[in-house]
Design a protein around this ligand. Structure first.
Ligand code: NAD
Ligand code: UDP
Length: 386
């Protein structure tokens, strides 16, 4: 670990990082990486710490003393500014970021992704601290190609669907399609951060994740989250597979996504942290353009991989179709296709994703099976109280 160099050959000095949302999916993997491979200190801020407890206890862990958990809600806690002042860098991951919430809890979604992030940006700017802010690929909204006639040959032209940080427009649906409350709030906070950089010299990096997936993502309904809760697609499909239920395809599962393994994506964030001169002032897509599938193909692949890792035969009817209104309620809308352009991150940080979709599903579903299969069996066999 000693003597590590940045991409320009300069020695990396240990820093203190205030990580807000450190107890979530991405935060837990980033904390793990920083503890095991660097000498940086982390002030881990969140309302929960279940996903990083293995890094906080016991006190004999090799990195004890380099990670401190601060249980606080950034909506209303005056300790936030002090923590940002104590750190060299703030990473803001805190957000409501599950699509099932965007149209059913639009106010909470907008407050969480815009209003609650404002003080973080303000404290970084006023105190001359660097900020890495997590936005989303959803700021691109729908592709230009989705508005072309179905049979238009232009739909095959990457110019109409590949998403580029510095040239693609942000295309959202109408206001009554409340799905876009999240993307719109994230876009406005991006614009505010960019303006703080331009007018007040804030040193910032904005990250746009493209469907990062892996162990510890979200929750399994009724096991470590509410039984009526609707997590993101990886956890929804894992839950169906664990319970031997057909996977639900929203509106036919025709939307396309590119999935990236969390560990590949964390490498990119690690490079941003340790190469500030290359990362400051940049907006980075972080995804894997080689792992594109329709949601239907994802369901088929997960069914196959899960059968391999669990040793159970696949269901005879592996999927069922549901309408988006039935599944998410009024106001849902969808991103049609999300392929990240990798030019900027490649040029600035020389980073590329590595893991194929099959391999990342194999390791993730092995984790899901070993973590949840027994608990699900017990939950299913429990008699229902009358
Ligand atoms: P997550 O829900 O697992 O993590 C977010 C964490 O923030 C949670 O632990 C939550 O408790 C915490 N948090 C929320 N509000 C808070 C508050 N007011 N005070 C303190 N803590 C609070 O989500 P994630 O997948 O780890 O995503 C992290 C960030 O990346 C989010 O900003 C999200 O919008 C963005 N993002 C992620 C993906 C992805 O593929 N995972 C895709 C697009 C964008
Ligand atoms: N989806 C689905 N079945 C589910 C959960 C999600 O068909 O059980 C679809 C959803 O409509 C979307 C895609 O899967 O088209 C990805 O959804 P996710 O919640 O992961 O978030 P998104 O990529 O839309 O931000």
């Amino acid at each position: 670990m000693a003597g590590r160099l940045d991409l320009d050959g300069n020695p990396i000095k240990p820093i203190t990082i205030c990580m807000i949302g450190a107890g979530g999916f991405i935060g837990s993997h980033l904390c793990e990486k920083l503890m095991s491979e660097t000498e940086h200190k982390v002030l881990a801020v969140d309302v929960y710490n279940d996903k990083i407890r293995h890094l906080l206890e016991p006190a004999s862990l090799p990195w004890a003393g380099r990670i401190q958990f601060h249980r606080l809600n950034i909506k209303n806690d005056s300790r936030l500014e002090g923590l940002i002042k104590m750190a060299d860098l703030t990473i803001n991951l805190a957000a409501i970021c599950t699509p099932a919430d965007y149209n059913t809890r639009p106010l909470d979604t907008i407050y969480s992704n815009f209003i609650d992030a404002l003080p973080v940006v303000k404290y970084c700017s006023e105190n001359g601290k660097r900020l890495i802010h997590f936005s989303t690929c959803e700021v691109y909204g729908k592709t230009i190609g989705s508005y072309l006639p179905k049979d238009s040959p232009l739909r095959q032209d990457p110019a109409y669907y590949v998403l580029k940080e510095d040239t693609s427009p942000c295309i959202f649906g109408s206001i009554e399609k409340q799905r876009w409350s999240y993307a719109c709030a994230k876009q406005l906070i991006e614009r505010l951060i960019y303006a703080e950089g331009a007018e007040n010299g804030l040193e910032f990096t904005i990250v746009r994740p493209f469907n990062w997936i892996g162990p510890r993502m979200d929750f399994i309904p009724g096991i470590d989250g509410p039984s009526e809760g609707v997590p993101r697609v990886l956890a929804c499909f894992s839950n169906n597979l664990l319970r031997c239920e057909p996977l639900k395809l929203v509106d036919g599962g025709q939307s396309q996504r590119t999935f990236i393994y969390i560990k590949d994506a964390i490498e990119a964030v690690h490079l941003m942290i340790e190469n500030p001169t290359r990362a400051n002032g940049q907006i980075f897509n972080v995804g894997n353009p080689n792992n594109e599938v329709t949601v239907r193909q994802l369901a088929e692949m997960m069914t196959q991989v899960y059968s391999k890792v669990s040793g159970e035969p696949p269901l005879e009817v592996p999927t069922i179709d549901v309408s988006s209104k039935e599944f998410y309620g009024e106001g849902y809308d969808d991103s049609d296709k999300r392929i990240p352009d990798m030019t900027i991150i490649n040029r600035q940080l020389g980073w590329n994703p590595k893991t194929s979709l099959w391999d990342l599903l194999d390791s993730t579903l092995t984790y899901q099976h070993s973590t949840y299969a027994e608990a699900i069996k017990k939950a299913i066999s429990k008699p229902v109280a009358s």
